[in-house]
Ligand binder design. Structure first.
Ligand code: CP
Ligand code: NVA
Length: 313
């Protein structure tokens, strides 16, 4: 059966742990993967802008010996009415894996239904599983283990938050979410993660009080107030989210050795102040770097179907 990454739940606890272990190994050997997947071809479709995801996936594919092929959406026949199903069938004949960033989660799921190669969700309106892998890797590097941590998420309960919720459920950490009223995460995603927390530990807390979320946290995480595709709402959201900024005062409520995380890109002065993102507690550049390692690991595991990696490094 072809393995895909549609949401973080596609990997499950064991898949996430394998990805983490392999990514940390790859970082320790400086990402040298010795052309492990030589001859492979990775297609990349980005319906939304990207700096980190696109470059880290292209670099990851190249590092594993594969050819990254960026497919501009306006150059594909998809834009002229070819169906997702037919696109999936055809691209499966040329490619070894397909990475896609798009709007509706249903598009990624439809591709996966018809593709015979791994489909990797590089962000939709509802999920950002690749980001969550790098986030948990960064937590693991800092604290040695993610189980039992308390991570505060301040901001919009959408894609990045949803993938962190799934991570918390599988790895057993507490995600204390604080959003403005009406911007809470999807209830079904929360419920499923809470069921996983019953087995793995941790909890999903949801509220509106940023101070309560940040109190005693090991990490404070935030994301932009207006996501890609919501540009028209930017001014209105700036008003609604005004109290949801990570300031030095908010960081002071967290544990003394707490770290600050952000998926990036950051809108400095909105969801985070310069003093925090540029301060000693910030790990955002390591977090961005970790995308490269987690994506190499992900490509390797999804393409080979192997859960060990003797051939690497
Ligand atoms: N964090 C993240 O996905 O960044 P990009 O939008 O630049 O890919
Ligand atoms: N929530 C943000 C994440 C960017 C990586 C967005 O969707 O734009």
């Amino acid at each position: 059966m072809t393995r895909h990454l549609l949401t973080l739940d596609s990997l499950g606890r064991d898949g996430i742990l394998v990805n983490l272990e392999l990514a940390i190994h790859l970082k320790s050997i400086k990402g040298m993967a010795r052309d492990t997947l030589a001859g492979g071809r990775v297609g990349l479709i980005f319906d939304k802008p990207s700096t980190r995801t696109r470059v880290s996936f292209e670099a990851a594919a190249w590092g594993l010996g594969m050819l990254p092929i960026t497919l501009r959406p306006d150059e594909l026949q998809l834009g002229r009415g070819e169906t997702i199903a037919d696109t999936a069938r055809v691209l499966s004949r040329y490619l070894t894996a397909l990475v896609i960033r798009t709007f509706d989660q249903s598009r990624v799921e439809e591709l996966a239904r018809y593709a015979t190669i791994p489909i990797i969700n590089a962000l939709t309106d509802d999920h950002h599983p690749c980001q969550a892998l790098a986030d948990v890797m960064t937590l693991q590097e800092e604290f040695g283990d993610t189980a039992g941590l308390r991570v505060a998420f301040i901001g919009d309960g959408n894609n990045v938050c949803h993938s962190l919720i799934q991570a918390a459920g599988h790895l057993g950490f507490t995600l204390a979410i604080s959003t403005p009223d009406g911007f809470e995460p999807n209830a079904a995603i929360v419920e499923a993660a809470r069921a996983n927390c019953l087995v793995n530990g941790g909890a999903i807390e949801i509220g509106h009080d940023v101070r309560a979320a940040a109190a005693d946290a090991d990490a404070v995480y935030t994301d932009v107030w207006a996501s890609m595709g919501q540009e028209k709402e930017r001014e209105e959201r700036a008003r609604i989210f005004a109290g949801y900024c990570v300031t030095p005062e908010l960081m002071a409520l967290a544990k003394p050795r707490a770290i600050f995380l952000h998926c990036l890109p950051a809108h400095r002065g909105d969801e985070v102040l310069d003093e925090v993102i540029d301060g000693p507690q910030s790990r955002v550049w390591d977090e961005a770097e970790n995308r490269w390692y987690t994506e190499q690991a992900l490509l390797y595991v999804l393409i080979t179907g192997e859960e060990c990696w003797e051939r690497m490094g």
